[in-house]
Design a protein around this ligand. Structure first.
Ligand code: PLP
Length: 362
């Protein structure tokens, strides 16, 4: 068996330890005589799995007691509607900072339910930077300000939060959740599809301040009301049981490594390896403003579409897969989430050096 280094933006790599443990427990979980996939979600064994997952996530992220953790379905994309339906109910207004396709989708979806306003956008510059937003740009009456914390497609992230005054901040953290510590108390709602840094696709994690629950519009479907899931401990209906189990194993893996401070240290080392090479390379270069660079998604180009395609093909043949950039940007993108080992990034940089050497004079 030869596992490749998978640089996919999502679904993406899972820690090998987690996959091995899941394999060991595939046929029988504990002494239950069954796989987690086959278990009733109402069983004692399963309740212990979801309780441990929540407790470990609270511990790792240092989630305050006045926040609920919800394990939902529908992906981050469903949150684009769920957030406005649930909390765009005071003034009916919300402000959006448009830093990429996901941020824009959240804005467009919210505009179906209320007065959504784009306060700043970097679209004209292919989202290659995070626009500066100051307090005077924010509507103090807005029910919330929405940001996308890490822009998966373009490779930018917020290194400091925008100033929003007393307005509730909501963030899509799909592609940076658990990559470094985050001060949960600064946000009203944090949400993330699990398939980038947490688990297989199918699970959406929502962390919500309790006072934001119970304000939903009358038209809100029962399944899209945070209150429904909060009151039922994420068990109103069948939750994505197996994904939650894998997420629980990933949380334990992060704890075993030393938590999010340690994770950040490792991620910064990995990103630095790649960015330092891009900054010194005569063939490759990064595509975004340096001060806004993501730790998780690293887009780069050669400047020649032909050479980009040649690189992606050669890399795949050498065991570095899914390096093709998003169709809207072109070039390459290396997604180096938590589960990508440092050796994987180091090996990629070696491969890029060799490719540069061989294609210098082409
Ligand atoms: C992947 C991604 C999404 C979409 O997630 P789904 O779970 O597929 O709906 C939204 N936002 C960000 C930042 C992403 O990286």
């Amino acid at each position: 068996m030869a596992r490749v280094y998978n640089f996919s933006a999502g679904p993406s790599m899972l820690p090998e330890e987690v996959l091995k443990r899941a394999a060991e427990e595939m046929l029988e979980y504990g002494s239950s005589g069954q796989s987690v996939m086959e278990m009733s979600h109402r069983s004692k064994d399963y309740q212990a799995i979801i309780d441990a997952a929540e407790a470990d996530l609270r511990d790792i992220m240092n989630i305050p007691d006045n926040y609920k953790v919800l394990f939902l379905q529908g992906g981050a994309s469903t949150q684009f509607a769920m957030v406005p339906m649930n909390i765009m109910t005071g003034s009916g207004k919300a402000d959006f900072i448009i830093t990429g396709q996901w941020a824009k989708k959240a804005y467009k979806e919210a505009a179906r339910y209320g007065a959504a306003r784009a306060v700043a956008s970097s679209e004209a510059d292919t989202y290659s930077y995070i626009p500066k937003v100051t307090k005077d740009m924010i509507d103090p009456e807005a029910d919330y300000v929405h940001i996308c914390m890490n822009n998966t497609i373009y490779g930018t992230k917020y290194h400091a939060l925008p100033e929003v005054g007393d307005v509730t901040l909501v963030a899509d953290i799909s592609s940076c959740i658990l990559s470094e510590p985050i001060d949960v108390s600064k946000f009203g709602i944090l949400y993330a599809g699990a398939q980038k840094n947490v688990a297989p696709a199918g699970l959406t994690i929502v962390i919500i301040r309790e006072d934001l629950i119970g304000r939903a519009m009358d038209i809100t479907p029962t399944m899209l009301n945070y209150q429904t899931h909060s009151e039922a401990g994420s068990m109103f209906n069948t939750p994505p049981c197996y994904c939650i189990y894998i997420a629980g194993l990933v949380f334990k893996w992060i704890k075993s490594i030393g938590g999010l401070e340690k994770m950040k240290e490792i991620n910064e080392r990995k990103a630095k390896l790649l960015y330092d090479f891009l900054d010194s390379s005569t063939l490759f270069r990064g595509t975004v403003r340096k001060e806004d660079r993501s730790l998780m998604n690293v887009p780069f180009v050669t400047g020649s579409e032909e050479l980009d395609a040649k690189f992606v093909k050669a890399a795949a043949a050498a065991g570095f897969v899914n390096l093709k950039g998003h169709r809207s940007v072109g070039g390459m993108r290396a997604s180096i989430y938590n589960a990508m080992p440092e050796e994987g990034v180091a090996a990629l940089v070696q491969f890029m050096k060799k490719f540069e050497e061989e294609n210098k004079n082409v």
